[in-house]
Design a protein around this ligand. Sequence first.
Ligand code: ARG
Ligand code: MN
Ligand code: MN
Ligand code: MN
Length: 297
Amino acid sequence: KEISIIGVPADFGQSRRGVDMGPSAIRYAGVVERIEALGHIVMDEGDIPVDMDAPREVSGTNLKNLKAVTEGNRKLAEKVSETVRGGRFPLVLGGDHSIAIGTLAGLNEHYSNLGVIWYDAHTDLNTAETSPSGNIHGMPLAVAMGLGHGDLTSIGSGPKVKPENIVVIGARSIDPGERELVKEKGIRVYTMHEIDRDGMTAIMQDAIRYLEDRGVDGVHLSLDLDGLDPLYTPGVGTPVQGGLSYRESHLAMEMLHSVGRITSAEFVEVNPILDERNKTADVAVGLMGSLFGETLI
Ligand code: ARG
Ligand code: MN
Ligand code: MN
Ligand code: MN
């Protein structure tokens, strides 16, 4: 594979500073070397230019830093689209999860029936009306379905993903409005309950078969490091206990690799200021290793 690494040093989608340093932390943890060692051609495209001095607004609308989030995502969408056009696999490094808005907008230029695997403690299905925080990182999956503020949904054209093409894995913190949307749209959510009950192997098999049955023409993996338990990934802004283990997460990545259907990926919410000796970035890079074909023997 030819893989393009795209850094997005942005933190405007939530309120804790430091997640803009995620791309640096992940590079420092050796992402390029790790993936190159598997025989892939890796091009580090550097970072999307993000204006970190953009004013931080909290008033007016219930969407914090809407302008800055919108601008960053427009640039990211263009970069992701250009990468796919060039036949390369986009590997996006966040930044907070609001950057998925731009990633999915860029992918939408090239796929007509994209599948999305959302590996996360949260469903990120809020809109301005349902959000308890006003943080846009809690909204990207709704935006990708075409729901939410027009400035965000109008990045790229039309809805980016159909509700029936989404699977969420690892959810354990779901707001009331999100729960309603899950039911209304019939979104496939594997909560921690199902994963505890059936085991990660069965869940991943089911998720993969579900997307195949939808006839998807590509599958994007959006992995929020808070999907794992904070024992393993403490460097995240919104940790939730009771999460996926290190081993379960590697197994999931290994299974995705062996099926060979992932066409793009992003790893988000790594915040080195909140971390312990770059542990979260190290785990992220390890998971990327498994996703791109690392085996134990
Ligand atoms: N549901 C909460 C909110 O809307 C938390 C979202 C956390 N999202 C994330 N990408 N970490 O504010
Ligand atoms: Mn499309
Ligand atoms: Mn999350
Ligand atoms: Mn998230």
